[in-house]
Design a protein around this ligand. Structure first.
Ligand code: GDG
Length: 469
């Protein structure tokens, strides 16, 4: 394979393995926004993507898919358990989401994290051309920027952090807090979702490493005594808007939205939640508030239905097993107390759906509920807005999401304040069409003008400025 000018490094490759009817193996590009944003550029510049193919204990040769060179990084079953389910999803994830669940600190998980990060870094270094660019993604790979720099000082390195970065008082819990900061500072540009995340990171750098910080610029002290500058600031991520707008205009998708409404008994209002089943998403808080509104008679089961899609996620991590039990108990209690033969309070779906069905759900929903307790951005909020071409519909949005910085015309909520969530739901359910339209117009302008292309361009521009060639 030819050395690549531009290498993306992410935990997962942008493809899913599919098996044909006769057991033959093929690959399907996964429809994530990141691939959509980077695909055209990666084709033009001879790009490569380094990541895990999603199957433990499987060695695979690099292969080409859709014009991008894919470089699989193998993980053993115990590495999946310790690096991915352990350190990434049971240490960093809860710690960085403000300790909503207790982070587990295990030295052997850290060892696996270092080992696997080194494997990703070595794969990236082997793939990248002289003076090329490596763009590392997310919290599973925080040590990779520095590891790449040590091996290949000629390379320009970017890092984007998709989840929140916590305040110093919480971050300081991490037994490996200094190593992680040094790992990230190997990048020339470190991108965060919100200005607040960048500020927290820079505070940690100043307090722990005593590096000089001026605005977004950090003077990094290298082991040999030399210094260089790294930049840390916000680049709010977005969605590839075109497919959402196109699907929302398609007659079959519109017909499916009407069919969904009809199958729920054509209630006056449909409320919708779409989340990975994750404790950061505030699904319990949303359901509690909604259940109380029904119990108090402020909402009637004949008039409203909440559709909650909770797509299966991280099912081997204990905290997720408990969360699922709690949510399913709460849903069945509310349904048991309020359902009639013809109407259900909550249509709960622990399933994943194709994108067409997601858009049909967005079109069917009068109110979208995003009540995350902490969320890097929350793309669901932006997807809902992108599909609402008639400017109808109301977005209820937690102030603890990155999206809240941009989507100012949403009905804002503090999900911890159950009375506040109840009032926000009522405001949304009762909002006049003209007020819906006034707000949605402004939300749509914001999302359509700041799509995922704008995001990747601004990040790459910042990278080019720090490291001009
Ligand atoms: C992380 C950060 C940040 C969900 N269920 C189905 C489905 N989805 C799609 C949604 C959306 C995506 O998954 C979820 O994105 P979010 O942004 O809402 O949340 P995370 O998965 O936690 O993502 C987050 C993001 O990274 C990007 O930086 O915004 O803060 O936590 O696109 O539509 N898609 C389909 N079927 C489903 O059942 N097709």
């Amino acid at each position: 394979m030819v050395a690549a000018d531009f290498v993306v490094v992410a935990n997962r490759l942008p493809v899913d393995r599919v098996e044909g009817p006769d057991g033959e193996v093929g690959w399907r590009t996964s429809p994530g926004g990141l691939v959509a944003a980077l695909e055209p550029m990666m084709r033009n510049v001879n790009g490569a993507w380094v990541g895990w193919a999603g199957q433990a204990d499987t060695e695979m040769e690099p292969f080409e898919n859709g014009g991008i060179n894919l470089i699989p990084v193998p993980l053993s079953a115990s590495e999946v358990a310790e690096y991915y389910e352990g350190f990434a999803n049971d240490t960093i994830w809860p710690l960085y989401h403000d300790v909503i669940a207790p982070p587990q600190y295990h030295r052997e998980w850290w060892d696996a994290y270092e080992t696997v990060n080194r494997r990703f870094a070595e794969a990236a270094v082997a793939a990248v051309a002289q003076d090329g660019t490596v763009w590392v993604h997310d919290y599973q790979l925080q040590l990779v920027p520095q590891m790449v720099r040590e091996l290949r000082p000629d390379v320009t390195i970017g890092y984007f952090h998709h989840i929140p970065f916590p305040a110093h008082g919480l971050y300081a819990q991490l037994p490996w807090r200094d190593q992680v900061l040094r790992g990230l500072l190997g990048a020339d540009v470190i991108g965060f979702q919100r200005a607040q995340d960048a500020t927290y990171f820079l505070t940690a750098v100043r307090r722990r490493l005593r590096y000089e910080v001026k605005g977004a610029h950090v003077t990094v002290l290298e082991a040999d005594g030399s210094t260089r500058t790294a930049v840390a600031r916000a680049f709010p991520i977005s969605i590839d808007t075109a497919p959402y707008i196109e699907l929302a205009q398609r007659e079959d998708v519109k017909a499916r939205a009407a069919e969904i409404r009809a199958s729920l008994g054509n209630p006056a209002r449909i409320l919708l939640g779409v989340d990975r089943l994750d404790y950061t998403k505030g699904i319990r808080h949303r359901i509690k508030a909604y259940g109380e509104l029904l119990a108090e008679g402020r909402l009637k089961v004949e008039d409203v239905t909440l559709v909650q899609v909770a797509s299966p996620s991280r099912e081997r991590v204990d905290a997720y097993v408990h969360l699922r039990d709690e949510i399913e108990l709460a849903v069945s209690r509310i349904n048991g107390d309020t359902d009639t033969m013809g109407h259900t309070a909550i249509r709960y779906l622990h399933q994943g759906y194709p994108r067409e069905e997601m858009v049909a759900l967005y079109l069917a929903a009068d109110v979208m509920l995003v009540t995350a307790l902490r969320d890097g951005m929350n793309l669901v909020a932006k997807e809902y807005v992108a599909t609402r071409a008639d400017n109808r519909g109301v977005l209820v949005l937690s102030e603890f999401t990155g999206a809240a910085d941009e989507l100012r015309q949403a009905v804002r909520v503090n999900p911890h304040d159950i009375e506040g969530v109840k009032d926000a739901i009522m405001t949304a359910v009762e909002m006049s069409p003209s007020e819906q339209s006034r707000r949605m117009r402004s939300l749509r302008r914001r999302v359509l003008d700041n799509d995922v292309d704008a995001w990747s361009s601004s990040f790459l521009k910042a990278l080019a400025e720090v490291h001009p060639r």
